[in-house]
Design a protein around this ligand. Structure first.
Ligand code: NAP
Length: 525
């Protein structure tokens, strides 16, 4: 399948009119064809008005029809085969096996949301039947279900060119909720975006849905991106990327005449706490596990372990020595884009020049383009707590170890942390009391707390929370991974005193969809 470079607006393929975006192969810095001319304000308006036209029909599709649409997208993506793998490898610098894994994850996500849609739990049906004889006042019949918010603007992430991009978690959860989606393609992988976008466009046609259910636009964030967020037809935003980008979009959404929710996943350094007994019993294995997690994907994961906190001890010295040896042996890896490489280099240089941190170890060097060289820094709890810059995310294989005088000081460090996607604890039974004292703080700081694991590797499942207080995300009440992500794009509506003929099918008397419901305060499955 050859690439056209066209915007995909509804069922149309339209040549953009603004400055073109070209993909760059980060392994060679070579520019990749074709050009992707950016969309204009008129293209944004066309995509948004088509999405609005499609909205009522799409949100009214049956659970079965919507699930079948999600499954058809997965099928169409799989049919792209090696064409998609090769283009994604060239645009991202990620190894082929990682891209193949990500295609699998993307399709699994779509099928998991299809299962979720069919089950219908997300409709959260509640029924309070009429009590005409109630004194002093009768109660009318009241029924609640969730409905879709409206068209959603999705910003593809650079670090998951498939699983968090055009057909990724934000898109899948918005489609599952009944929302049309307009994607602003990430400029780092326009070809991958086009291929996946065409698979979705084809699925819209295959399933005979209104064309405005999906559009894909190229162009700059400040023009196309802000244009989408400002369009009155857009009712919510999904984003993964930098703190500055997420904050800019959130502010634009709040400044609208009708403010809308922005679900931005931005910045997290994912603290790892090493407790005394665990360090003493298996410090070397922990050090190896830590460096493996840190180096995975050149550290370009939102759950990268960028901070380690422990009380000073000979066992911690051994941990640092073993981790340093492993870091020194780490080969370089190609980063996703020249921009991300530059930001990483600036970040580690700033840490190396900071008097409050010392460079402990760095990985092998290489001559290649955009190569990430692993870095490990050490600081004291005292310096960490007085220098807020040490909490800044350095996106890549860089981590900072904070040495504390005692457990009380480790808890003080935890209290000073910004919001996080994850917090990890390594412990043995003898550490239980100390960990219990830390947990209330970790619950306030993070969306996911792990015991004796590593934060990289986010399961797509019902119980997952991939979210957390600011700046991990712009809205701590939600998750962007897992089936609960659908809740971001829904809102409740209550139907009072409706005749059965006018009630939506999900809340009709007799429960024709056989949904689990809360009826007069009792769960009825
Ligand atoms: P980014 O610069 O935030 O870009 C993400 C998307 O948002 C792009 O489509 C970009 O458009 C758009 N955008 C950025 N700033 C905007 C603004 N002010 N207004 C409107 N749209 C805007 O993120 P990135 O390119 O993926 O990576 C850059 C840095 O983000 C990394 O170095 C890292 O620090 C961080 N990052 C963090 C995570 C995480 O999960 N924590 C993941 C990825 C990246 P353009 O096409 O114009 O660039």
């Amino acid at each position: 399948m050859s690439l056209s470079g066209n915007l995909l607006i509804g069922q149309r393929a339209i040549a953009g009119t603004q400055a073109p975006v070209f993909a760059i192969n980060p392994a060679t810095n070579a520019q990749l064809e074709p050009a992707y001319p950016g969309g204009s304000r008129e293209h944004v308006e066309l995509a948004c008005s088509l999405a609005w036209e499609a909205f009522d029909r799409y949100r009214d599709t049956s659970l079965e029809a919507r699930a079948a649409f999600l499954e058809r997208i997965a099928q169409n993506i799989e049919a792209l085969g090696d064409t998609l793998v090769q283009r994604a490898v060239a645009e991202s610098g990620l190894p082929q096996a990682r891209i193949q894994g990500e295609i699998g994850r993307t399709c699994f996500q779509l099928r998991t949301f299809a299962r979720t849609v069919r089950a219908g739990e997300w409709l959260d049906v509640r029924v309070d039947e009429a009590l005409p004889e109630r004194q002093p006042l009768p109660r009318p019949d009241l029924r609640q279900r969730h409905v879709a918010l409206g068209p959603v603007a999705v910003f593809g992430a650079s670090n998951f060119p498939l699983a968090f991009s055009v057909a990724g978690g934000d898109t899948a959860s918005a489609f599952a909720a009944g929302c049309p989606v307009i994607v602003k393609a990430h400029s780092a992988h326009p070809g991958t975006s086009e291929l996946v976008g065409r698979a979705i466009q084809q699925a819209v046609q295959d399933c005979e849905l209104p064309e405005g259910v999906f559009s894909l636009l190229y162009g700059s964030g400040t023009e196309i991106g802000i244009g989408l967020v400002n369009d009155p037809h857009i009712k919510a935003v999904g984003f993964t990327g930098s703190r500055s980008g997420g904050v800019a979009l959130t502010q634009a959404a709040q400044a609208r005449r009708e403010p809308i929710p922005v679900y931005a996943e931005m910045s997290s350094i994912n603290p790892v706490f090493l407790f005394e007994s665990a360090l003493a019993n298996r410090g070397a294995a922990l050090a190896e596990g830590f460096v493996a997690s840190l180096n995975q994907g050149a550290g370009q994961f939102c759950t990268n372990p960028g901070l380690v906190i422990a009380v000073k001890s000979p066992a911690l010295d051994d941990f640092i020595a073993t981790a340093s040896t492993a870091i020194a042996k780490s080969p370089t890896q190609t980063m996703l884009t020249p921009g991300i490489y530059k930001a990483y280099s600036t970040g580690v240089q700033a840490l190396a020049a900071n008097a409050n941190a010392r460079l402990q170890a760095k990985g092998a060097e290489s001559e290649g383009h955009n190569q990430c060289q692993s870095h490990l820094f050490v600081t004291t709890a005292h310096d960490f707590m007085r220098d807020h810059t040490l909490q800044a995310e350095v996106f890549g294989s860089s981590s900072l170890i904070v040495e504390c005088d005692d457990l009380a000081q480790a808890r003080q460090v935890a209290e000073q942390l910004e919001g996080q996607l994850t917090a990890t604890v390594h412990m043995d039974d003898a550490d239980t009391d100390a960990v219990a004292k830390l947990l209330p703080t970790l619950e306030r700081k993070a969306g996911r707390i792990l015991i004796n694991g590593w934060p990289t590797g986010v399961e797509v499942c019902d119980a997952m929370v991939h979210g957390g207080p600011f700046p991990a995300t712009s809205d701590a009440r939600s998750t962007s991974v897992g089936t609960a992500a659908i809740l971001r794009f829904l809102r409740p509506v209550c139907y009072q005193n409706f005749p059965d003929s006018l009630l939506p099918t999900a809340i009709k008397q007799g429960n024709p969809l056989n949904l689990s419901r809360l009826v007069n305060g009792q769960r009825v499955s």
